[in-house]
Design a protein around this ligand. Structure first.
Ligand code: NAD
Length: 373
């Protein structure tokens, strides 16, 4: 398979998510990093890009010159990843889509619903793939859970409990850190901090596994640390399209919680539990029967889980291989594989999660009033 030329915007040295993209995209030889505008500081970004093996003429000072440069070359990039702070996603993604370049955009897709729907429509018009990096859906056991729910093994799903509650912003001591500051600045983060940053991962996973959309929600926000305008904790109740109730808790002040992403699915015929910090195990409890532990790497799993699993059974497999699964599916989807496309978090998920963030902020302002999506 010939590698496709790939570019990265953001994800500079020391960023939280840049390495995971580079390593994930490289894992299956589907893409080659040939162009980058990696940092808001042009000199730093160019230096880092060349240290990664990007040629000098494709280590760009900013994304605009990258777009110009890449669209005037015969061997220009076919996919770009946008891994910059949230407020920049719309402008950058739109510009690349307009030139017919496929995009993997970091979550949240945009700051407003109008922007998100504009990108969704533009991608369709340009016949481009627009994926949104809800990368945890690349974990094998998340895909196993989805296959089990789809097969009817759990019966009708009554309740989902989803959590993404960490404890790393429990005080304001690191608010001078630029990686933290933008997350609580409404100019850069929009109407929500921890829900838009973390909670939507857990919620998107719930909708992905259950194959349902969000119909309505009620939200309560808390800004616990003094001086924070945006919420650092949120609790939502959401009603899904096929009658499932979802309870979501997301937090940045849950001191003692580490990453804190987990999901529990309760159906008429059984329950499932998955915890991202122990990603190799999916707990399945058939109604009135003992709990079974399904292990990643087992040949008894659904093919989507087997396909997504890379390391021998019993070895820890984590986030970067999960991102690699997203990149491999993007490549396969670009090449026309509809099963791979079905496994991906695409712009419809991105649009829905932007709606959730906006409506949750509205609901929270109105004391938890139910609002429709
Ligand atoms: P960060 O602050 O750690 O890094 C941002 C990087 O983007 C920095 O290198 C910065 O210099 C660069 N940058 C900023 N503006 C730029 C611009 N205009 N052009 C080029 N580069 C620019 O942020 P982060 O935590 O890496 O988050 C980046 C994005 O990734 C956010 O949208 C965030 O929500 C998302 N994210 C996703 C996951 C996930 O699991 N999918 C995890 C963490 C962050």
């Amino acid at each position: 398979m010939k590698k496709l030329n790939w570019g990265l915007v953001g994800g500079g040295k020391g960023s939280q998510i840049g390495d995971a993209h580079r390593i994930g995209a490289a894992m299956d030889n589907c893409f080659e990093l040939v162009a980058g505008a990696l940092d808001i500081d042009a000199a730093k970004g160019r230096k880092y890009a060349t240290s990664l093996g990007i040629s000098k003429d494709r280590a760009y000072a900013d994304w605009q010159s990258m777009l110009d440069g890449e669209t005037t070359r015969e061997d220009g990039i076919r996919l770009v990843t946008v891994a910059t702070p949230n407020a920049t996603h719309f402008e950058i993604t739109k510009a690349f889509l307009e030139k017919g370049i496929h995009v993997l955009c970091e979550k949240p897709l945009t700051m407003t619903v109008k922007e998100a729907t504009t990108l969704h429509a533009l991608a369709k018009k340009k016949n481009c793939l627009l994926a949104v990096n809800f990368g945890y859906t690349g974990y094998p056991m998340v895909r196993q859970a989805r296959a089990m729910v789809r097969s009817g093994k759990l019966g009708k799903i009554r309740l989902v409990s989803a959590q993404f509650a960490h404890g790393h912003h429990g005080d304001a001591s690191d608010m001078d850190n630029p990686r933290v500051r933008w997350r609580y600045d409404p100019q850069q983060a929009g109407v929500s901090s921890v829900l838009a940053d973390c909670g939507i991962h857990a919620l998107q996973m719930a909708t992905y596994i259950c194959d349902q959309q969000v119909n309505e929600l009620s939200a309560h926000f808390l800004s616990a640390v003094e001086g924070r305008e945006l919420e650092d904790d949120a609790a939502l109740t959401l009603n899904f399209s096929a009658g499932t109730t979802c309870r979501l808790w997301t937090s940045a002040i849950a001191v003692g919680h580490m990453h804190g992403l987990s999901i529990e699915i309760f159906g008429e015929k059984g329950g499932l539990q998955w915890h991202q910090e122990q990603p190799n195990q999916l707990y399945h409890t058939p109604l009135n029967k003992p709990t079974q532990i399904l292990e990643r790497g087992s040949s008894a799993l659904h093919k989507d889980a087997r396909l997504s699993s890379r390391i021998a059974i019993g070895h820890p497999e984590g986030m970067m291989p999960a991102f690699a699964n997203i990149y491999r599916d993007i490549r396969a989807a670009i090449d026309g594989d509809t099963a791979a496309e079905d496994r991906l978090p695409l712009s419809n998920h991105g649009v829905e999660m932007v709606k959730v963030v906006q409506q949750a902020a509205k609901s929270a302002k109105a004391g938890g009033r139910w609002v429709k999506l």
